[in-house]
Design a binder for this molecule. Structure first.
Ligand code: NDP
Ligand code: OXD
Length: 310
């Protein structure tokens, strides 16, 4: 049996290969695509945005492990072999993501941008302060990441709402579900966070209609996937004052091209898909666990549902 690390962005697994080898317990050979001496020996692929059709070329593949939380890069392959797909749930990544969302929310609420600007012009002026309890933060996606972020935002004093496909109950968080629940969540949300997986249903969900349902001047934080956001709609909504600003960790095209208008859009903060990253130790642990499940024919944890798309 062998393991292959495969991805369209070759430097991605290459950056991880040594740390993963350092942490993993298995004695199976770990090959980095495209250096695969025997396609038939590969039983497990650790795949991040694999080249479409590549996984199909391993005839004895038994499972795929996504080294991240979002599996859209794998499910985008129309020629995927019919094997279980598991994802990595990393407590460190969960914390990083919640911290990012807290940082972006707090910076907006505490008007960090204006104060930094004032400092640059040596200008001393106190701005109005708001009671955090009066700030409503809505989170689209109440999964592993959304629930942690919601709980921590709540602990920071905000009024928190969450939205999911199926109904949820989370202490101190007003939960909404399904298409009917979305307008209800949006109404009155001063900060909207997108932590959804990218599926046909969620593509383009951050659009002009959504923005129109938010109160004027609301702030948008997109940490899901770039394709959740209709970028021109955001630019227009900011120009019109409907949206006050945005913090975007993900973009439809990554890296964001140097001449993209989004770079210079007022009140937009852009980070290079850097909100959170799975640690090699977590990938190695999940890989060992997956191999042991295959060995003992026991259920693989953190499987995704291909029909659902996440
Ligand atoms: P989960 O699969 O644990 O949770 C997904 C949540 O989205 C669930 O609550 C689910 O509802 C909800 N959801 C899915 N489809 C819909 C829909 N059509 N309508 C309403 N709600 C929906 O995902 P994670 O929390 O682990 O991760 C979320 C995403 O975050 C990832 O898919 C990835 O795209 C992104 N991410 C970004 C990173 C970054 O660095 N920017 C890092 C890691 C992840 P239900 O509970 O009912 O199933
Ligand atoms: C992920 C990511 O999905 O880093 O894990 O985007």
């Amino acid at each position: 049996m062998a393991i292959v690390l495969t991805g369209a962005m070759m430097e991605f697994p290459a950056r991880w290969i040594d740390p993963i080898r350092a942490f993993v317990q298995t004695s199976e050979p770990i090959w980095v695509d495209p250096h695969v001496p025997d396609l038939g020996a590969v039983r497990v692929a650790v795949a991040w945005n694999p080249v479409p059709g590549r996984l199909r070329q391993f005839p004895n593949l038994e499972a795929v492990l996504c080294p991240g939380a979002g599996v859209d890069g794998i499910l985008g392959d129309r020629d995927l072999p019919d094997v279980p797909i598991a994802r990595t749930i990393d407590p460190g990544l969960i914390l990083q993501m919640s911290q990012y969302i807290l940082w972006a929310t707090l910076d907006w609420v505490r008007q960090g941008d204006i104060y930094r600007h004032q400092q640059r012009s040596h200008h001393w002026q106190m701005l109005p302060l708001v009671d955090p309890r009066a700030v409503v933060v809505g989170i689209l996606g109440l999964g592993v990441l959304g629930q942690d972020a919601a709980t921590r935002l709540r602990a920071a004093g905000f009024t928190v709402r969450g939205w999911s496909r199926t109904p949820k109950s989370l202490a101190g968080v007003k939960c909404f579900a399904g298409a009917d629940g979305l307008p209800e969540l949006l109404r009155g949300c001063q900060v909207l966070v997108c932590l959804l997986p990218l599926t046909p249903e969620t593509t383009g969900i951050l659009n002009a209609d959504t923005f129109a349902m938010l109160p004027q001047g609301a702030y948008v934080i997109n940490v899901g996937r770039g394709a959740h956001l209709v970028e021109v709609d955001l630019q227009r909504a900011i120009a019109q004052g409907q949206i006050g600003g945005a913090c975007l960790d993900v973009c439809a095209t990554e890296p964001l091209p140097p001449d993209a208008p989004l770079w210079d859009c007022p009140n937009v903060t852009i980070t290079p898909h850097a909100a959170a990253l799975t640690s090699p130790a977590a990938i190695a642990t999940h890989l060992d666990q997956l191999l042991s499940c295959l060995e003992t024919n026991t259920p693989i944890p953190h499987l995704i549902n291909r029909d659902r798309g996440y």
